[in-house]
Design a protein around this ligand. Structure first.
Ligand code: NAP
Length: 432
């Protein structure tokens, strides 16, 4: 028998479990650990609540969780409740699938002013992440600024612009729905430090903006190169740029505007006691395609600033870390210690990109310890004994299901569930 511990129950963790299960069948026990009593990480806390079709991938993970060789062990924080060294003693291999939950910083003056928040915080707030329940983003002003030209920036801008009616069928949490419904935001400026040809937004996500109930996207044709230049773009990006250009033809007859401001690099954030404006420098592309300041500056009014410029992984004591992700060589960190997904590659790619990652790690592990080989390691039995001795009470598959069923049973009309937003509420459902 072999024992494997996967730390983190998001897409990367579940694809790895699926791959290990396929490779080992009954010859391995696979434990998926998470600091929360409910799994699915990015799917639950990161994917936008109005993108239920993307969340449907969790049905596949459900199947893995239900496999005989796989167990979910929640409510355990690795690096705090159990060390990596202890985990490596107990398991044949430890795979870190902890994602990238922290916001990268802009590193400009004024970033610390109240009213400037990161996308991980904002996304966590509307998705019921317990760490961000009390974020209370300032929505009483008319002008919000989102920094970044990726899909997360689009998620944030779209959520800020939507009406209550447009959230029907989503699993947005109640506190966010009420706050957004009462929001005074009328202009959402999306700042891109480079141009339309350099966006990291995908066509499906951009296309949605043309069909919003109360908001219209706005572009400035002067930011675009001649249309013939689009021919050299790869097809996905070309489609995105065509969609962007098409926004120029939309009637400007809706109360909210989503303004794409390209070649606009934030220099500093200003305000008396809280954010009031972003000072931006006009940029141009240098020879290498990077943003170069032109010296021309202007201000964009802002009562709320959301930075959506990428994420970093949480360090874990005794695991080499490069400031953004774990130091690894093709997923291998050290003997019997691996990283997958964003913790391995950094925060890029779609949910599905994590699948080949997980399969590759499973292959590496199976090559090092072929199915049929065995060890004396204790796996979950030893882990649970250790946790008990420290007063940590892990949760299991049945606990997770009980929480989920309770969430579904208390859902608002038009919502698939009403998520719990505090750690203690999860534990209360379990009678702890
Ligand atoms: P991303 O795609 O890497 O985009 C980050 C953006 O931030 C880029 O436009 C980047 O501009 C900009 N940026 C970085 N540093 C900056 C700075 N100092 N000042 C101004 N702008 C800065 O990251 P993401 O949006 O966080 O998304 C992460 C991954 O999740 C992506 O692969 C994304 O496609 C995926 N995702 C997918 C979906 C979906 O499929 N619906 C939804 C959300 C996220 P430069 O290009 O100039 O560096």
């Amino acid at each position: 028998m072999r024992h494997f511990a996967i730390v983190g129950s998001g897409p990367a963790g579940f694809y790895t479990a699926e791959a290990l299960e396929k490779a080992y069948g009954e010859a391995a026990r696979i434990d998926i650990l998470d600091r929360y009593p409910v799994p699915y990480g990015l799917i639950r806390f990161g994917v936008a609540p109005d993108h239920q079709s993307l969340k449907a991938v969790s049905k596949r993970y459900d199947k893995t969780a239900e496999s005989a060789g796989v167990d979910f062990i929640g409510n355990v924080t690795i690096g705090r409740d159990v060390s990596i060294a202890e985990l490596r003693d107990l398991y044949d291999a430890v795979i870190l699938a902890t994602g990238a939950p922290h916001d990268r910083k802009l590193g400009i003056p004024g970033e610390e002013l109240p009213g400037v928040i990161g996308s991980a915080e904002f996304v966590g707030w509307y998705n019921g992440h317990p760490e961000f329940t009390d974020l209370d983003p300032f929505l009483a002003g008319s002008h919000a600024v989102v920094v970044g030209n990726g899909n997360v920036a689009l998620d944030c801008a779209r959520i800020l612009s939507k009406t209550r009616h447009e959230f029907e069928g989503s699993d947005i949490v109640g506190h966010a729905l009420e706050a957004l419904d009462a929001s005074a935001t009328r202009t959402i400026t999306i700042l891109g430090r480079r141009g339309p040809h350099q966006i990291a937004m995908t066509p499906k996500e951009l296309g949605e903006l043309g069909h919003l109930e109360a908001a219209v996207p706005v572009i400035d044709g002067a930011d675009f190169p001649p249309v013939e230049a689009d021919e050299s773009l790869e097809p996905g990006l070309r489609k995105s740029v065509t969609l962007l250009r098409g926004f120029a033809d939309l009637p400007q007859d809706k109360p909210k505007r989503m303004v794409f401001d390209f070649f606009a690099k934030p220099l500093r954030v200003e305000g008396e006691g809280r954010v009031e404006r972003v000072i931006v420098e006009r940029t141009e592309l240098d020879e290498k395609g990077a943003a170069r300041g032109t010296g021309h500056t202007y201000e964009v009014p802002a009562s709320l600033v959301i930075t959506a410029i990428g994420y970093s992984t949480s360090p874990i004591p005794d695991v080499p870390f490069d400031g953004g992700k774990f130091v690894n060589d093709a997923g291998r960190i050290a003997d019997r210690l691996y990283a997958v997904g964003w913790a391995r590659r950094g925060p890029t790619g779609t949910i599905g990109t994590n699948r080949p990652d997980g399969y590759e790690i499973a292959e590496q592990i199976a090559a090092a310890m072929p199915a049929g080989s065995s060890s004396e390691r204790e796996g979950a039995t030893g882990l649970k004994r250790l946790l008990e001795s420290r007063g940590v009470m892990p949760t299991d598959y049945d606990d997770w299901r009980k929480i989920e069923e309770t969430e579904v049973s208390r859902a608002r009309p038009g919502s698939p569930r009403e998520k719990f937003v505090r750690h203690r509420d999860w534990l209360q459902v379990l009678g702890r």
